[in-house]
Design a protein around this ligand. Structure first.
Ligand code: GSH
Length: 294
């Protein structure tokens, strides 16, 4: 890689293999599958292919919230997609999500099965399917969808922009870190001002907008992503902090965070979920104590 001050872009960009720091091995400028691999299908109608990153957690939190409300049709199998190993480029996964990113959902209760990709689309699909966590009142529904789409448009600046240059890039570039830190702090302020007057993103109702925003912006406040809470002075956003802790306290959120997780305390990792009882019997600490790997 060139020194940033001496780099002159060529006329036509060419792919230099592994030129991008962490995740360089899986990044490539072309789409499509790299290998043949069918997706596993379990016994529930809803089949989720995911990983316990913020985008994955959005969906597992919603599924656990739906089950907690009594929607038994929301029972699901959650299969682990190891993006560091390139599982997202298997032919079966690409058929479920041509964009090769987790999460992807297949709903086998329809014929043919319905594929849904993009975490925001999955939240909306499930909220509409079960008639929950999406306000019925047209004004509130518009507010909910506005914040849902706000999250989808804003988080790439937090993750792909700030997180990449602050935590993952092979060199610290002040220009890039300044640019994205400014934008992320602006976003934190947007949330903080809104939550000063609202218990949840859509007033008193806890909705898919909260479930989309919390895994990213709550994680900044709780210092779970990029080790940047101090750098961003995240503790100074009092209303965002209050909302973050209220959502963190929900049982379904705690369960949703465990699903497809491959890091952190072993007792909080449920790498694959196929049954509600798995939270008690198949966490990674128990699997390893019994002599298994995953
Ligand atoms: N806009 C997408 C973003 C999904 C996304 O970026 N997923 C990441 C993990 S959080 C991924 O699968 N990365 C693998 C890759 O880029 O190859 C969504 O919200 O579903």
């Amino acid at each position: 890689m060139n020194d940033s001050s001496s780099y002159t872009p060529p006329k036509v960009w060419k792919w230099e293999m592994e030129s991008g720091g962490r995740f360089a091995k899986i990044n490539r400028p072309i789409a499509g599958p790299t290998h043949d691999k069918e997706l596993s299908v379990g016994r529930h109608p809803l089949q989720l292919y995911s990983l316990g990153t913020p985008n994955g957690v959005k969906v597992t939190v919603l599924l656990e919230e739906l089950l907690a409300l009594g929607h038994s049709g929301a029972e699901y199998d959650a299969w682990l997609v190891k993006i560091g190993d390139g599982d997202q480029f298997g032919s079966g996964f690409v058929a479920a999500n041509p964009n090769s990113k987790i999460p992807a959902l297949m709903d086998h209760s329809t014929s043919p099965p319905t594929r849904v990709f993009e975490s925001g689309a999955i939240l909306l699909y499930l909220a509409e399917k079960f008639g929950a966590f999406l306000p019925g009142d047209p004004n509130l529904r518009a507010e909910c969808l506005s914040w849902l789409f706000w999250q989808m448009g804003s988080a790439p600046y937090l993750g792909g922009g700030f997180g990449h240059f602050y935590a993952y890039a092979p060199l610290k570039i002040e220009y890039c870190i300044d640019r994205y830190a400014m934008e992320v702090k602006r976003q934190l302020d947007v949330l903080d001002r809104h939550l000063a007057d609202n218990r949840f993103m859509c007033g008193d109702e806890y909705t898919i907008a909260d479930m989309a925003i919390w895994p990213w912006y709550g994680a900044v406040v709780l210092n779970r992503v990029y080790d940047a809470a101090e750098f961003l002075d995240a503790g100074s956003y009092a209303h965002l902090g209050r909302w973050t802790h209220e959502i963190e306290g929900r049982d379904a959120v705690q369960r949703g965070r465990m699903v497809n997780r491959t890091s952190g305390p072993l007792e909080e990792q449920l790498r694959e979920r196929h049954d509600a009882a798995d939270f008690d019997t198949r966490t990674q600490d128990k699997i390893e104590a019994a002599g298994g790997e995953s």
